[in-house]
Design a protein around this ligand. Structure first.
Ligand SMILES: NC(=O)c1ccc[n+]([C@@H]2O[C@H](COP(=O)([O-])OP(=O)(O)OC[C@H]3O[C@@H](n4cnc5c(N)ncnc54)[C@H](O)[C@@H]3O)[C@@H](O)[C@H]2O)c1
Ligand SMILES: [Zn+2]
Ligand SMILES: [Zn+2]
Length: 406
Protein backbone atom coordinates (compact mmCIF):
# COMPACT_ATOMS: atom_id res chain seq x y z
CA UNK A 1 0.00 0.00 0.00
CA UNK A 2 0.99 3.67 -0.21
CA UNK A 3 1.68 5.60 3.00
CA UNK A 4 3.29 8.81 4.23
CA UNK A 5 6.49 7.95 6.09
CA UNK A 6 8.82 10.00 8.27
CA UNK A 7 12.55 10.01 7.50
CA UNK A 8 13.89 12.91 9.51
CA UNK A 9 13.40 16.60 10.10
CA UNK A 10 11.42 18.07 7.17
CA UNK A 11 11.74 14.78 5.28
CA UNK A 12 8.51 12.83 4.78
CA UNK A 13 7.80 10.65 1.74
CA UNK A 14 4.92 8.75 0.20
CA UNK A 15 6.23 5.21 -0.24
CA UNK A 16 5.05 1.69 -0.92
CA UNK A 17 5.06 -0.27 2.35
CA UNK A 18 3.64 -3.65 3.45
CA UNK A 19 -0.12 -3.80 4.06
CA UNK A 20 -1.16 -4.00 7.72
CA UNK A 21 -2.44 -7.31 9.09
CA UNK A 22 -4.61 -8.38 12.00
CA UNK A 23 -2.28 -9.01 14.97
CA UNK A 24 -4.71 -9.26 17.91
CA UNK A 25 -8.32 -10.47 18.17
CA UNK A 26 -9.52 -6.90 18.95
CA UNK A 27 -7.97 -5.46 15.77
CA UNK A 28 -9.71 -4.22 12.68
CA UNK A 29 -8.18 -3.13 9.38
CA UNK A 30 -9.56 0.01 7.75
CA UNK A 31 -9.36 1.18 4.18
CA UNK A 32 -8.72 4.85 4.86
CA UNK A 33 -10.92 7.26 2.92
CA UNK A 34 -9.90 10.61 4.51
CA UNK A 35 -7.03 11.62 6.77
CA UNK A 36 -5.94 15.05 7.95
CA UNK A 37 -2.63 16.70 8.80
CA UNK A 38 -2.57 18.13 12.33
CA UNK A 39 -0.61 20.84 14.13
CA UNK A 40 0.74 17.95 16.22
CA UNK A 41 2.22 16.44 13.03
CA UNK A 42 4.23 19.65 12.64
CA UNK A 43 6.01 18.87 15.92
CA UNK A 44 7.12 15.54 14.34
CA UNK A 45 7.97 17.19 11.01
CA UNK A 46 10.08 19.80 12.82
CA UNK A 47 11.84 17.05 14.78
CA UNK A 48 10.72 18.09 18.26
CA UNK A 49 9.29 14.75 19.36
CA UNK A 50 11.88 12.11 20.28
CA UNK A 51 11.41 8.42 19.52
CA UNK A 52 10.77 8.68 15.77
CA UNK A 53 12.34 6.10 13.47
CA UNK A 54 12.92 6.29 9.72
CA UNK A 55 9.99 4.74 7.91
CA UNK A 56 7.38 5.39 10.61
CA UNK A 57 3.93 5.95 9.10
CA UNK A 58 2.38 9.21 10.36
CA UNK A 59 -1.24 10.25 10.83
CA UNK A 60 -3.60 10.19 13.79
CA UNK A 61 -6.68 11.85 12.25
CA UNK A 62 -8.35 9.34 9.93
CA UNK A 63 -11.53 7.52 9.02
CA UNK A 64 -12.47 4.80 6.62
CA UNK A 65 -14.24 1.57 5.87
CA UNK A 66 -13.69 -1.64 7.84
CA UNK A 67 -12.30 -4.31 5.50
CA UNK A 68 -11.18 -6.97 7.98
CA UNK A 69 -11.91 -7.75 11.63
CA UNK A 70 -10.28 -9.85 14.35
CA UNK A 71 -12.41 -12.39 16.22
CA UNK A 72 -13.09 -10.00 19.16
CA UNK A 73 -13.71 -6.81 17.19
CA UNK A 74 -17.22 -5.43 17.53
CA UNK A 75 -17.01 -3.80 14.09
CA UNK A 76 -18.29 -5.33 10.87
CA UNK A 77 -16.91 -5.35 7.36
CA UNK A 78 -18.33 -2.37 5.52
CA UNK A 79 -18.81 -0.21 8.64
CA UNK A 80 -17.79 3.40 8.07
CA UNK A 81 -15.88 4.55 11.16
CA UNK A 82 -13.94 7.47 12.61
CA UNK A 83 -11.05 6.50 14.89
CA UNK A 84 -9.90 8.46 18.00
CA UNK A 85 -6.19 9.32 18.02
CA UNK A 86 -5.42 7.92 21.51
CA UNK A 87 -5.56 4.13 21.67
CA UNK A 88 -7.49 2.96 24.74
CA UNK A 89 -8.28 -0.49 26.14
CA UNK A 90 -11.60 0.42 27.77
CA UNK A 91 -10.86 -1.80 30.77
CA UNK A 92 -8.07 -0.25 32.86
CA UNK A 93 -8.34 2.06 35.90
CA UNK A 94 -8.03 5.14 33.65
CA UNK A 95 -10.40 4.03 30.88
CA UNK A 96 -13.01 3.22 33.55
CA UNK A 97 -12.69 6.85 34.69
CA UNK A 98 -13.16 7.96 31.04
CA UNK A 99 -9.56 9.25 31.01
CA UNK A 100 -8.91 7.40 27.78
CA UNK A 101 -5.75 9.24 26.75
CA UNK A 102 -4.19 8.02 30.02
CA UNK A 103 -4.88 4.33 29.22
CA UNK A 104 -2.37 2.04 30.91
CA UNK A 105 -2.61 -0.90 28.51
CA UNK A 106 -1.90 0.34 25.02
CA UNK A 107 1.75 1.33 25.11
CA UNK A 108 3.98 -1.78 25.21
CA UNK A 109 6.65 -1.84 27.95
CA UNK A 110 9.53 -1.62 25.48
CA UNK A 111 8.31 1.79 24.28
CA UNK A 112 6.58 3.10 27.41
CA UNK A 113 9.70 2.89 29.61
CA UNK A 114 10.95 6.14 28.08
CA UNK A 115 7.78 8.06 28.97
CA UNK A 116 7.81 6.52 32.44
CA UNK A 117 11.29 7.96 32.94
CA UNK A 118 10.31 11.35 31.50
CA UNK A 119 6.86 11.76 33.03
CA UNK A 120 6.80 9.46 36.06
CA UNK A 121 4.28 7.07 34.50
CA UNK A 122 4.00 5.48 31.06
CA UNK A 123 1.79 7.17 28.45
CA UNK A 124 -0.96 5.60 26.35
CA UNK A 125 -0.57 4.52 22.73
CA UNK A 126 -1.26 7.04 19.96
CA UNK A 127 -1.46 6.38 16.21
CA UNK A 128 1.49 7.61 14.18
CA UNK A 129 3.14 9.51 16.98
CA UNK A 130 6.60 8.09 17.68
CA UNK A 131 7.87 5.11 19.61
CA UNK A 132 7.26 6.95 22.89
CA UNK A 133 3.57 6.28 22.35
CA UNK A 134 3.80 2.73 21.11
CA UNK A 135 5.23 3.12 17.61
CA UNK A 136 1.79 2.40 16.07
CA UNK A 137 1.55 2.92 12.32
CA UNK A 138 -0.62 5.95 11.56
CA UNK A 139 -3.50 6.52 9.19
CA UNK A 140 -1.95 8.75 6.51
CA UNK A 141 -2.00 5.59 4.45
CA UNK A 142 -4.29 3.51 2.27
CA UNK A 143 -4.86 1.00 5.09
CA UNK A 144 -4.34 1.03 8.84
CA UNK A 145 -4.56 -1.49 11.67
CA UNK A 146 -6.82 -0.30 14.49
CA UNK A 147 -6.05 -2.02 17.81
CA UNK A 148 -8.87 -2.16 20.40
CA UNK A 149 -11.36 -1.59 17.61
CA UNK A 150 -14.04 -2.68 20.08
CA UNK A 151 -13.44 0.48 22.17
CA UNK A 152 -12.36 3.46 20.08
CA UNK A 153 -13.98 3.77 16.65
CA UNK A 154 -17.46 5.21 16.19
CA UNK A 155 -19.65 4.06 13.32
CA UNK A 156 -20.94 7.06 11.37
CA UNK A 157 -24.05 7.21 9.19
CA UNK A 158 -23.60 7.15 5.43
CA UNK A 159 -25.45 10.43 4.85
CA UNK A 160 -22.75 12.48 6.64
CA UNK A 161 -19.87 13.00 4.24
CA UNK A 162 -16.27 12.49 5.43
CA UNK A 163 -15.53 16.21 5.92
CA UNK A 164 -18.39 16.47 8.41
CA UNK A 165 -17.19 13.67 10.71
CA UNK A 166 -13.44 13.23 10.12
CA UNK A 167 -12.45 15.73 12.82
CA UNK A 168 -14.18 13.67 15.51
CA UNK A 169 -10.84 11.80 15.45
CA UNK A 170 -9.05 14.66 17.20
CA UNK A 171 -9.42 18.40 16.71
CA UNK A 172 -13.17 18.72 17.26
CA UNK A 173 -13.14 16.91 20.66
CA UNK A 174 -9.85 18.66 21.44
CA UNK A 175 -11.42 22.09 20.96
CA UNK A 176 -14.46 20.93 22.92
CA UNK A 177 -12.44 19.58 25.86
CA UNK A 178 -10.32 22.75 25.84
CA UNK A 179 -13.50 24.79 26.32
CA UNK A 180 -14.90 22.35 28.88
CA UNK A 181 -11.67 22.70 30.87
CA UNK A 182 -12.45 26.44 31.12
CA UNK A 183 -15.52 25.61 33.25
CA UNK A 184 -17.39 28.43 31.53
CA UNK A 185 -19.92 30.40 33.54
CA UNK A 186 -22.58 32.77 32.15
CA UNK A 187 -21.07 36.15 31.28
CA UNK A 188 -17.53 34.76 30.92
CA UNK A 189 -14.91 36.10 28.57
CA UNK A 190 -12.54 33.45 27.20
CA UNK A 191 -9.28 34.32 25.42
CA UNK A 192 -7.81 31.80 22.97
CA UNK A 193 -4.17 31.85 21.81
CA UNK A 194 -3.77 30.28 18.35
CA UNK A 195 -6.37 30.22 15.56
CA UNK A 196 -5.24 26.94 14.06
CA UNK A 197 -7.80 24.14 13.82
CA UNK A 198 -7.65 23.45 17.57
CA UNK A 199 -8.04 27.12 18.49
CA UNK A 200 -10.90 27.56 16.00
CA UNK A 201 -12.81 24.58 17.39
CA UNK A 202 -12.08 25.81 20.93
CA UNK A 203 -13.64 29.18 20.02
CA UNK A 204 -16.71 27.52 18.49
CA UNK A 205 -17.06 25.19 21.52
CA UNK A 206 -16.61 27.99 24.08
CA UNK A 207 -19.44 29.94 22.44
CA UNK A 208 -21.70 26.87 22.36
CA UNK A 209 -20.83 26.18 26.00
CA UNK A 210 -22.07 29.63 26.95
CA UNK A 211 -19.13 32.04 26.82
CA UNK A 212 -20.36 35.61 26.56
CA UNK A 213 -17.28 36.74 24.62
CA UNK A 214 -14.34 34.97 23.02
CA UNK A 215 -11.19 36.88 22.11
CA UNK A 216 -8.85 35.12 19.67
CA UNK A 217 -5.14 35.83 19.22
CA UNK A 218 -2.90 34.94 16.24
CA UNK A 219 -0.93 36.69 13.50
CA UNK A 220 -2.21 35.05 10.30
CA UNK A 221 -4.92 37.19 8.68
CA UNK A 222 -6.76 34.20 7.15
CA UNK A 223 -6.92 32.33 10.45
CA UNK A 224 -7.97 35.46 12.35
CA UNK A 225 -10.68 36.06 9.74
CA UNK A 226 -12.03 32.53 10.31
CA UNK A 227 -12.08 33.19 14.07
CA UNK A 228 -14.03 36.39 13.47
CA UNK A 229 -16.45 34.63 11.14
CA UNK A 230 -17.43 32.17 13.88
CA UNK A 231 -17.99 34.91 16.43
CA UNK A 232 -14.70 35.82 18.11
CA UNK A 233 -13.24 39.27 18.60
CA UNK A 234 -9.69 39.16 17.28
CA UNK A 235 -6.23 40.43 18.20
CA UNK A 236 -3.20 40.34 15.91
CA UNK A 237 -0.27 40.02 18.29
CA UNK A 238 2.02 41.84 15.86
CA UNK A 239 -0.13 44.93 16.18
CA UNK A 240 -0.99 45.10 19.87
CA UNK A 241 0.46 44.26 23.24
CA UNK A 242 -1.73 41.24 23.94
CA UNK A 243 -1.75 41.56 27.73
CA UNK A 244 -2.59 45.25 27.62
CA UNK A 245 -5.30 44.75 24.99
CA UNK A 246 -6.95 41.94 26.95
CA UNK A 247 -6.92 43.98 30.16
CA UNK A 248 -8.42 46.94 28.33
CA UNK A 249 -11.13 44.82 26.69
CA UNK A 250 -12.16 43.36 30.05
CA UNK A 251 -12.39 46.54 32.11
CA UNK A 252 -8.97 45.97 33.66
CA UNK A 253 -9.95 42.60 35.14
CA UNK A 254 -8.62 40.12 32.58
CA UNK A 255 -10.38 37.21 30.82
CA UNK A 256 -12.11 34.70 33.10
CA UNK A 257 -10.53 31.78 31.28
CA UNK A 258 -7.69 31.36 28.80
CA UNK A 259 -6.87 28.63 26.29
CA UNK A 260 -3.37 27.96 24.97
CA UNK A 261 -4.01 26.34 21.58
CA UNK A 262 -0.47 27.10 20.38
CA UNK A 263 1.76 24.57 22.13
CA UNK A 264 5.51 24.16 22.08
CA UNK A 265 6.32 25.97 18.81
CA UNK A 266 5.19 29.51 19.64
CA UNK A 267 5.93 32.12 16.96
CA UNK A 268 6.72 35.79 17.47
CA UNK A 269 9.59 38.05 18.41
CA UNK A 270 8.83 38.62 22.07
CA UNK A 271 11.94 38.62 24.23
CA UNK A 272 11.02 35.40 26.02
CA UNK A 273 10.34 33.60 22.74
CA UNK A 274 13.68 34.64 21.25
CA UNK A 275 15.43 33.49 24.43
CA UNK A 276 13.59 30.14 24.15
CA UNK A 277 14.66 29.72 20.53
CA UNK A 278 18.30 30.34 21.37
CA UNK A 279 18.17 28.03 24.39
CA UNK A 280 16.39 25.30 22.46
CA UNK A 281 19.21 25.32 19.89
CA UNK A 282 21.61 24.63 22.75
CA UNK A 283 19.21 21.96 24.12
CA UNK A 284 18.75 23.97 27.34
CA UNK A 285 14.97 23.97 26.89
CA UNK A 286 12.78 21.81 24.67
CA UNK A 287 9.50 23.73 24.64
CA UNK A 288 8.88 27.35 23.66
CA UNK A 289 6.19 28.32 26.14
CA UNK A 290 5.50 31.94 25.19
CA UNK A 291 1.73 31.49 24.69
CA UNK A 292 1.44 29.51 27.94
CA UNK A 293 3.27 32.25 29.87
CA UNK A 294 1.26 35.04 28.28
CA UNK A 295 -2.01 33.21 29.02
CA UNK A 296 -1.11 32.80 32.71
CA UNK A 297 -0.13 36.44 33.02
CA UNK A 298 -3.24 37.68 31.16
CA UNK A 299 -5.97 35.65 32.87
CA UNK A 300 -7.84 37.32 35.71
CA UNK A 301 -7.11 36.48 39.33
CA UNK A 302 -8.89 33.27 40.29
CA UNK A 303 -9.26 32.38 36.59
CA UNK A 304 -8.99 29.12 34.67
CA UNK A 305 -6.17 28.08 32.34
CA UNK A 306 -6.83 25.38 29.73
CA UNK A 307 -3.93 23.99 27.69
CA UNK A 308 -4.76 21.78 24.70
CA UNK A 309 -1.48 22.89 23.03
CA UNK A 310 1.08 20.11 23.15
CA UNK A 311 4.19 20.35 25.32
CA UNK A 312 6.70 17.52 25.41
CA UNK A 313 9.59 18.28 27.67
CA UNK A 314 10.77 21.26 29.67
CA UNK A 315 10.03 24.97 29.55
CA UNK A 316 12.02 27.83 30.98
CA UNK A 317 10.73 30.79 33.06
CA UNK A 318 7.36 29.26 33.82
CA UNK A 319 5.54 31.99 35.82
CA UNK A 320 4.91 29.77 38.81
CA UNK A 321 4.58 32.80 41.09
CA UNK A 322 1.74 34.31 39.05
CA UNK A 323 0.13 30.91 38.83
CA UNK A 324 0.08 30.45 42.60
CA UNK A 325 -0.46 34.01 43.74
CA UNK A 326 -3.39 34.60 41.35
CA UNK A 327 -5.06 31.39 42.52
CA UNK A 328 -5.36 29.88 39.06
CA UNK A 329 -6.71 26.49 38.02
CA UNK A 330 -4.91 24.61 35.25
CA UNK A 331 -6.40 21.81 33.17
CA UNK A 332 -4.69 20.16 30.25
CA UNK A 333 -3.99 16.83 28.57
CA UNK A 334 -4.19 14.80 25.43
CA UNK A 335 -7.89 14.70 24.63
CA UNK A 336 -10.03 11.86 25.98
CA UNK A 337 -11.54 11.62 22.49
CA UNK A 338 -13.62 8.47 23.12
CA UNK A 339 -15.60 10.38 25.78
CA UNK A 340 -16.85 13.00 23.30
CA UNK A 341 -17.57 10.97 20.15
CA UNK A 342 -21.26 10.33 20.64
CA UNK A 343 -22.31 13.76 21.99
CA UNK A 344 -20.34 15.56 19.30
CA UNK A 345 -21.64 13.29 16.52
CA UNK A 346 -25.14 14.21 17.75
CA UNK A 347 -24.32 17.93 17.55
CA UNK A 348 -23.02 17.41 13.99
CA UNK A 349 -26.20 15.52 13.02
CA UNK A 350 -28.35 18.29 14.50
CA UNK A 351 -26.37 20.89 12.53
CA UNK A 352 -25.27 22.63 15.73
CA UNK A 353 -21.56 22.21 15.07
CA UNK A 354 -19.92 23.06 11.76
CA UNK A 355 -16.80 21.05 11.05
CA UNK A 356 -16.06 22.13 7.50
CA UNK A 357 -15.48 25.90 7.67
CA UNK A 358 -11.76 25.56 8.39
CA UNK A 359 -10.81 23.13 5.57
CA UNK A 360 -8.74 25.04 3.02
CA UNK A 361 -7.37 22.17 0.92
CA UNK A 362 -8.16 18.63 -0.19
CA UNK A 363 -5.34 16.68 -1.82
CA UNK A 364 -4.61 13.11 -2.86
CA UNK A 365 -2.60 11.04 -0.34
CA UNK A 366 0.01 10.70 -3.07
CA UNK A 367 0.77 14.44 -2.58
CA UNK A 368 1.04 14.23 1.20
CA UNK A 369 4.73 15.17 1.32
CA UNK A 370 4.10 18.40 -0.62
CA UNK A 371 1.13 19.12 1.63
CA UNK A 372 3.32 18.80 4.75
CA UNK A 373 5.63 21.41 3.27
CA UNK A 374 2.71 23.78 2.61
CA UNK A 375 1.26 23.12 6.06
CA UNK A 376 4.62 24.07 7.53
CA UNK A 377 5.53 27.00 5.26
CA UNK A 378 2.20 28.67 4.59
CA UNK A 379 -0.06 28.47 7.61
CA UNK A 380 -1.91 31.55 6.44
CA UNK A 381 -3.30 29.91 3.29
CA UNK A 382 -3.37 26.34 4.56
CA UNK A 383 -5.78 26.28 7.48
CA UNK A 384 -6.56 22.54 7.36
CA UNK A 385 -5.57 19.89 4.83
CA UNK A 386 -7.59 16.74 4.22
CA UNK A 387 -5.86 13.95 2.29
CA UNK A 388 -8.03 11.62 0.23
CA UNK A 389 -7.00 8.13 -0.86
CA UNK A 390 -9.36 8.01 -3.83
CA UNK A 391 -8.59 11.44 -5.28
CA UNK A 392 -6.77 11.50 -8.62
CA UNK A 393 -3.37 13.17 -8.65
CA UNK A 394 -3.62 16.29 -10.81
CA UNK A 395 -1.48 16.10 -13.90
CA UNK A 396 1.55 18.36 -14.09
CA UNK A 397 1.58 21.01 -16.84
CA UNK A 398 4.06 18.93 -18.85
CA UNK A 399 1.84 15.84 -18.66
CA UNK A 400 -1.08 18.03 -19.66
CA UNK A 401 0.77 19.22 -22.79
CA UNK A 402 1.82 15.65 -23.69
CA UNK A 403 -1.76 14.53 -23.23
CA UNK A 404 -3.03 17.31 -25.53
CA UNK A 405 -0.44 16.38 -28.18
CA UNK A 406 -1.24 12.67 -28.06
N1 LIG B 1 -4.34 18.08 23.51
C1 LIG B 1 -4.56 17.37 22.42
O1 LIG B 1 -5.07 16.26 22.49
C2 LIG B 1 -4.22 17.95 21.09
C3 LIG B 1 -4.84 17.48 19.94
C4 LIG B 1 -4.55 18.09 18.71
C5 LIG B 1 -3.62 19.11 18.65
N2 LIG B 1 -3.02 19.52 19.81
C6 LIG B 1 -2.04 20.62 19.82
O2 LIG B 1 -2.74 21.85 19.75
C7 LIG B 1 -1.85 22.84 19.20
C8 LIG B 1 -2.56 23.53 18.05
O3 LIG B 1 -2.88 22.60 17.02
P1 LIG B 1 -3.32 23.13 15.58
O4 LIG B 1 -3.59 21.94 14.73
O5 LIG B 1 -4.34 24.16 15.71
O6 LIG B 1 -1.89 23.75 15.14
P2 LIG B 1 -1.46 24.92 14.14
O7 LIG B 1 0.01 24.86 14.08
O8 LIG B 1 -2.23 24.84 12.88
O9 LIG B 1 -1.95 26.26 14.89
C9 LIG B 1 -1.21 26.93 15.85
C10 LIG B 1 -1.56 28.39 15.70
O10 LIG B 1 -0.94 29.13 16.78
C11 LIG B 1 -0.55 30.37 16.28
N3 LIG B 1 0.47 30.97 17.13
C12 LIG B 1 1.80 30.72 17.16
N4 LIG B 1 2.41 31.48 18.07
C13 LIG B 1 1.46 32.25 18.64
C14 LIG B 1 1.49 33.24 19.65
N5 LIG B 1 2.63 33.61 20.21
N6 LIG B 1 0.31 33.84 20.00
C15 LIG B 1 -0.87 33.47 19.38
N7 LIG B 1 -0.93 32.53 18.42
C16 LIG B 1 0.21 31.93 18.06
C17 LIG B 1 -0.03 30.05 14.91
O11 LIG B 1 0.05 31.20 14.09
C18 LIG B 1 -1.05 29.04 14.42
O12 LIG B 1 -2.13 29.62 13.72
C19 LIG B 1 -0.60 22.08 18.77
O13 LIG B 1 0.37 22.17 19.79
C20 LIG B 1 -1.08 20.66 18.67
O14 LIG B 1 -0.03 19.73 18.85
C21 LIG B 1 -3.31 18.96 21.00
ZN1 LIG C 1 -4.25 15.88 15.64
ZN1 LIG D 1 -7.25 1.54 29.30
Amino acid sequence: MRALTWHGRHDVRVETVPDPEIVNPHDAILRVTSTAICGSDLHLYDGYIPGMRAGDILGHEFMGEVVETGSDSTLHKGDRVVVPFPIACGECFFCKKQQFSCCDNTNPAETSDATETMYGYPMAGVFGYSHLTGGYAGGQAEYVRVPFSNVGPIVVPDHLEDDKVLFLSDILPTGWMAAENCEIEPGDTVAVWGCGPVGLFAIQSALIQGAHRVIAIDHYPTRLALAKEIGAEILDYREVDVREALAEMTGGIGPDAVIDAVGLEAHGISIDNIADQVKSMAFLVTDRAHAFREAILSVRKGGRVSVPGVYGGFADKFPVGAFMEKGLTLKTGQTHVQRYLKPLLDLIKEGKVDTTFLISHHAPLEQAAEMYKHWHDDQNQFTKIVLKTDMAVPRTEQQEVQHELA
